[in-house]
Design a protein around this ligand. Structure first.
Ligand code: SF4
Length: 313
């Protein structure tokens, strides 16, 4: 993908849970209703709950049409990126456009769950095939410490909104809990999160922990043993993911553009980037070039060495 052509879509990225997924970024960097201490996009510079047309719907539609008509293999199209997608007032129109014209792709929404207390936000996302909704804290003080919400948001509103969404939304809902040791991993907090999750009744729960560079250096990952314990506590079975193979042929210039547009939103390892592009030597060369030009940074993490752009907050 050439990011001189595409401003609002990125990837596709390969992930364990979604396979090969094209990203749609509806929100400018770094606009969000939360400022999570683990955010892999960096600090929120525009903390807002203002819902508006953050990027032009027509421009996005043009990009999607050009890209999706080019016979690329995908498993899913995912609203993700550098901010909260439901802050865009036309997310419902984007979903309707995809369903009408590209119904072969699964439409997935990654959301921080903060805006579902608005009935109109719930209405807009009802057509998504899967909603992966974050819920990291069940106590107001932990919510504030971990997710650093906009001043007009409360955990109470978030819980109410999620419960209403569950009543109205008929498709798959996955609750995602991000664990930060020392912040939301006490037995008491986990018990409260589980009580809420049980009352919500999502199709499944996923537990995540830091495995790529985030916003705060002090945020550490959970040990594998503890993660397993927490998964067992939530009644989570190990999930199996099927991956499709990328069939793209892309030029060297495109690899650089594609790498930049992806790691600006999500730090990746070399192996992530090779899977994403289907290229080995091309990725090696592109990373060398970007490092020598001082455009990207390498950070060592327990899961591997992650690359991200220098202009990230
Ligand atoms: S992790 Fe998601 S919700 Fe949290 S600050 Fe980053 S973009 Fe916003």
């Amino acid at each position: 993908m050439n990011n001189e052509t595409y401003k609002y879509i990125f990837g596709p990225v390969t992930s364990r849970r979604l396979g090969i997924s094209l990203g749609i970024d509806l929100i400018p960097y770094k606009t969000c209703s939360l400022d999570c201490i683990y955010c892999e996009c960096g600090r929120t510079s525009d903390s807002t709950i203002e819902i508006k047309e953050h990027i032009p719907f027509e421009g996005l539609k043009d990009e999607l049409t050009t890209y999706l008509n080019s016979n690329i293999k995908l498993d899913a199209i995912t609203f993700a990126g550098s901010g909260e997608p439901t802050l865009h007032n036309r997310i419902g129109d984007v979903i309707a456009f995809l369903k009408e014209n590209y119904s072969e792709f699964k439409v997935v929404l990654l959301t921080n769950s903060t805006l579902f207390h608005h009935a109109y936000v719930r209405d807009r996302v009802i057509g998504a095939d899967t909603i992966i909704a974050s819920f990291d804290a069940a106590s107001e003080n932990v919510f504030k410490k971990l997710n650093r919400p906009h001043k007009d948001l409360t955990l109470f509103k978030m819980k109410e909104g999620l419960l209403k969404l569950r009543e109205e939304y008929q498709n798959e809902m996955i609750l995602e809990v991000f664990i930060v040791p020392g912040v939301n991993d006490s037995d008491d907090e986990l018990k409260k999160i589980k009580i809420f999750a049980d009352s919500l009744g999502p199709e499944s729960i996923q537990v995540n922990s830091m495995d790529r560079p985030g916003t705060c250096d002090w945020v550490k990952s959970v040990s594998k043993e503890r993660l397993k314990e927490i998964e067992t506590f939530f009644g989570i079975d190990s999930m199996k993911f099927n991956h499709l193979k990328s069939t793209k042929n892309i030029s060297c210039k495109d690899i650089i553009s594609e790498i930049l547009s992806t790691i600006r939103r999500r730090p990746c390892t070399k192996s992530d980037l090779k899977k994403m592009t289907g290229q080995n030597t091309g990725v090696e060369k592109a990373l060398e070039k970007l490092i020598s030009e001082d455009k990207i940074v390498l950070k060592k993490m327990p899961r591997g060495d992650f690359y991200y752009t220098k202009d990230r907050g």
